[in-house]
Design a protein around this ligand. Structure first.
Ligand code: SF4
Ligand code: SF4
Length: 235
């Protein structure tokens, strides 16, 4: 079984970014060490659907909110475990591979800033940054946890190119965000306001409620059938 066949068998979605194609830009942004390994494998793992579907009720039900928070962290642990298995597989074939942690760092690399999973999956051509600033895939929307493996295994034949946003005229997360933190602009750096999002989460804490809000993750039509129907009826 090839490395990518093995990665596909364990993940819900995965792809390869050939970092050498964007070397100059990446080195300028992250520093020399980002190209120490030529390929980044983005591994996506679905969060539990039953729990994601309860998100609209988490605002008034603390138990459901805690369940969602637990799943958020548990899914990150699961995707890290999957990635460790893939790393072992790569190493057994005689190549090197390292895992970037959830923040996009590894002690072996001296980076100017963390190399996020958002960047690796987008460069691999399997997702885009939505107006909500979440990494979004055509098949599962943003309902995934991610990790990134850097490796020198020869994966050129699997590498993709950056994926363009498929948000287009959709503004469903803009309208649904309870913190009014998303505006209808194509560039996620301009459409998503982390301060307003943080303020909303803080207001939850001040009310003594669990600090959870996943409406933008739940409502995206890429992953939510009801939203997809609403979006299709507008087109
Ligand atoms: S987490 Fe909540 S407040 Fe923040 S952007 Fe998403 S929907 Fe809005
Ligand atoms: S809800 Fe619509 S605008 Fe928001 S991220 Fe998803 S596709 Fe993009």
């Amino acid at each position: 079984m090839s490395i990518m066949e093995y990665a596909e068998s364990l993940s819900d979605i995965c792809g390869v970014a050939d970092l050498s194609l964007d070397e100059d830009k990446l080195i300028e942004e992250y520093g020399e060490d980002i190209c120490k390994y030529p390929y980044a494998i983005a591994i996506g793992h679905k969060m539990l659907e039953d729990i994601i579907e309860t998100i609209p009720w988490t605002y008034n039900d603390d138990e459901l909110a805690m369940q969602y928070i637990d799943e958020y962290f548990n899914s990150h642990k699961r995707v890290a475990d999957i990635s460790q298995k893939i790393i072992k597989y790569i190493e057994n074939l005689g190549y090197n591979a390292i895992l970037l942690d959830v923040s996009g760092s590894n002690k072996e690399l001296d980076l100017k800033k963390p190399f996020s999973n958002k960047a690796s999956a987008n460069l691999a051509g399997i997702g885009w940054l939505g107006k909500n600033n979440l990494l979004t895939t055509e098949e599962f929307g943003p309902r995934l946890s991610w990790s990134t493996i850097l490796t020198d295994a020869p994966l050129k034949e699997y590498s993709g190119r950056p994926m363009e946003s498929l948000c287009n005229n959709c503004d469903i997360c803009v309208k649904a965000c309870p913190g009014k933190a998303i505006v209808d602009l194509p560039d996620p750096k301009k459409s998503y306001d982390p301060v307003k999002c943080g303020d909303f989460l803080k207001s939850r804490k001040d009310e003594g409620r669990p600090v959870a809000c996943g409406m933008c993750l739940y409502i995206c039509p890429f992953g939510n059938k009801k939203s997809k129907e609403i979006l299709s009826s507008k087109e």
